[in-house]
Structure formats: C-alpha cells, structure tokens
Ligand binder design. Structure first.
Ligand SMILES: Cc1cc2nc3c(=O)[nH]c(=O)nc-3n(C[C@H](O)[C@H](O)[C@H](O)COP(=O)(O)OP(=O)(O)OC[C@H]3O[C@@H](n4cnc5c(N)ncnc54)[C@H](O)[C@@H]3O)c2cc1C
Length: 351
C-alpha cells in the first residue's frame, strides 16, 4: 500500500473525531490521495468514543427487522469493505434464536427480514455445538459478518497512518479552531458523534449498555441474537474467550450510568442462552451513547462550511463505509446523495 503522491491541487482535509465515522472517512480519503489529518480530543484511541462500546455486528439483513431499507442496502457494502481493510473480519453469518415459548417472535422476525435460512435442531448443533439441544428452530443469515470494534479501529488508524494521514490526540477542536483550519485552506469533516449536537440540533443520544464476559469453556462462532418481546439480546464472540453481551436502547445521553436492572437483564438473558455463562468472569460493564437523528438514519450535512458525517445510531460499523465513500465523493467530485443529504450541499458549502 502506497500513499498517493502529492500534486499541486491535492485537497487537504482535517477529520475531527477518531471514532468509526472519522477513521473510515480518513482511510477512504487517504486512499484517494487526499492529504488527511485526524484530530481527536481524547488522549488515546477509543477513550471517549461510542464506537469503542459497539458489538461489531455487520448485520444488514437482521437490522432490517427494525430499520429502513436504506440501512440494509448501504450496509451490504460494509462486509466487503471491512474484510478488505481488516483481516479480523469474521464472515460466519448470524444465528437468530428464540426459546420455545417465544417462537412467535421468530416468525415475526422472519416476516420483516430476508436472506436467511430456516433451520432446525440438527443444523443449529452443526453451526453452534454449544447450543445443541437447547433450541429447536432458528433463522440463519449466512452472509452477515462481525468484528472486534476495538481491533478494527486500531487497524483503521494504522492503515490511515501508512497512507500518510497524521493523527493528533488531545486536540479538542472548538469552533474557533475549526475556523482557523478553514482559513488555512483545509476542508473540515466533522465526525464527532454526539458532541456535534450544538451544530446539529436535531441529533439525540440513544444509550446502550453492555457487558463483556470471559469464559474459555464456551465457544460461539458467530453473533447469536435471542428474541424476546421485552428483553432481546445478542452475544458477539471475540478472541480469547471474550463475549460481548448487549445491548440496551435507552433514550438518554447520559454516558456514565449503568443500571443494575440492565446488567441483570443482559446477564439473565445470556444465562438463558447457555447456563455456562453463569460461570463466566465479568470483564467489563460499559456504556456508549449512539448519535441518532429522529429517523435513526445517518446524514451528510453542511454547517458553516463544515461537512458533518453523523447520526449512525446503532449502525456505525455497518454504515460508516458507505457514508465515507459518499463523503469522499461529495468533497472530491461534488456528488450529491439525496437519500442521506437533506439539503442542497452546494448552498451550504458556500455558507
Ligand atoms: C452498546 C452498543 C452496541 C453497538 N453495536 C453496534 C454494532 O454491533 N454494529 C454497528 O454497526 N454499530 C453498533 N453500535 C453503534 C455504533 O457504535 C455507533 O453508531 C458509532 O460508534 C458512532 O460512531 P461515531 O464515529 O459517529 O461517534 P464516536 O464513536 O462517538 O466518535 C466520535 C469521536 O469524536 C471525538 N470528539 C468529539 N468531540 C470532539 C472535538 N471537539 N474535537 C476532537 N474530537 C472530538 C470523540 O472523542 C470520539 O472519539 C453500537 C453502539 C452501542 C452503544
């Protein structure tokens, strides 16, 4: 991989925020020959990013259960994009299960989604031996994928650096500092998640709580979603016996507090998936606040000459590659994407 050579008209872009949105944009732009710098207010990668808390599921077809068709369509780009950029991308699909009494939930899920196989006890046992005998029916989404978000962010940061992008930590960018960047001839891409609320007044926070546990005796090869009317849950396997158990969805922008009830509910649901989770070590209890617009769809939006890439809701890893491609096309080719740009960007750019 080689950084593109500098030319007289080489565009200079400052990407603010090193979450998944900022880093995908940085890589996409650097790959197209742009002079990129990433400015992150934390002292280390992920220290205050919602992206650090994510499950890392790349599940465009499962997400269709509650998301708009656009999410499934744009999300399908993500699997190949991540597999190309991050060798740790695991393409083993997703398993969706329901306990016997909740089997109606499985039918409802099937009615709202596509690209799955209905499977029975034997096939479940083949796919996930540690769930054998526990479930009689499931939906298998073979084309979905997952990744460890922290490893994936580190890989993106390293890739951006190899392409010549510079990253500065401890850079808390105020409006005045942003104006300085602009007057020095840099284009500014704002990827600060919920922190962009002053400029994007319709952005809201949707809090997600999660638990990471370790149990080496249990093995899952793919994310498992367990349907339940009140307590839906997913478990995403990671390396070294780690499992991320998630996640709540609360209309709140308080990043600090994790309730006993949420932890109890998540761990109870994991225990019901397999009682061996009862023996697991609790490694981490975490929370992140998802940045979301009212329709839960992401946006590219100009404000004061800055292009914002935001509103990823529960789909940051799933949708950032498509939005990064679009953001790069907007900056480099003056392209328009009416489905994710809700105003005439040429007007805004002149602001
Ligand atoms: C529990 C949970 C599970 C999830 N699971 C999944 C999943 O399985 N799949 C999926 O696709 N998505 C998932 N998501 C959603 C995903 O995490 C978010 O959509 C995504 O992280 C949003 O990324 P972002 O880059 O916009 O924001 P962030 O990750 O919050 O990044 C913003 C960055 O900007 C920096 N910043 C802020 N202000 C400034 C400033 N003034 N100057 C400089 N830097 C600044 C912050 O420090 C931060 O690093 C999950 C979310 C949660 C909470």
């Amino acid at each position: 991989m080689k950084a593109a050579s500098a030319g007289p008209a080489r565009m200079k872009v400052s990407v603010i925020g090193a979450g998944v949105a900022g880093l995908t944009c940085a890589v996409e732009l650097a790959e197209r020959g742009v002079d990129v710098e990433v400015l992150e207010r934390s002292d280390a990668l992920g220290a205050s990013a919602c992206s650090w808390q994510a499950g890392g599921m790349l599940a465009p077809w499962c997400e269709r259960e509650s998301a708009e068709p656009l999410v499934a369509r744009l999300g399908q780009e993500a699997i190949g994009w991540w597999a190309d950029k991050f060798p740790g991308t695991v393409r083993h699909g997703t398993l969706v299960l329901a306990h016997g009494r909740d089997v109606a939930e499985l039918n409802e899920f099937a009615a709202r989604t596509e690209s799955f196989e209905r499977i029975g006890r034997e096939r479940i046992a083949e796919l996930e031996p540690d769930l054998a005998e526990r479930f009689g029916q499931a939906l298998f989404f073979p084309s979905e994928a997952h990744l460890d978000p922290r490893a994936a962010l580190a890989a993106l940061a390293a890739r951006a650096q190899r392409l010549g992008a510079r990253t500065r930590f401890g850079a808390d960018m105020t409006p005045a500092l942003i104006r300085e960047l602009q007057s020095s001839g840099r284009t500014v891409l704002n990827c600060t998640g919920l922190a962009a609320r002053e400029a994007l007044t319709d952005l809201r926070g949707v809090k997600g709580e999660m638990v990471v546990v370790r149990i080496r005796e249990l093995s899952l090869r793919r994310p498992v979603r367990v349907l339940h009317a009140r307590l839906p849950l997913y478990v995403v396997p990671r390396e070294h016996g780690l499992f991320m158990v998630g996640a709540t969805m609360l209309e709140s922008d308080d990043p600090g507090r994790v309730s006993v009830r949420s932890v109890l509910e998540l761990l109870t649901a994991a225990y019901a998936l397999n009682p061996m989770f009862g023996e697991a070590e609790v490694v981490e209890i975490g929370t992140g606040v998802r940045p979301a617009f009212l329709d839960n769809l992401p946006r590219l939006r100009w404000r004061d000459g800055v292009l914002h890439v935001n509103g990823f809701f529960r789909h940051g890893f799933l949708l950032a590659p498509a939005l990064a491609r679009m953001a790069a096309d907007v900056l480099l080719r003056d392209a328009r994407f009416p489905e994710v740009m809700d105003e005439d960007h040429r007007e805004r750019r002149r602001a």
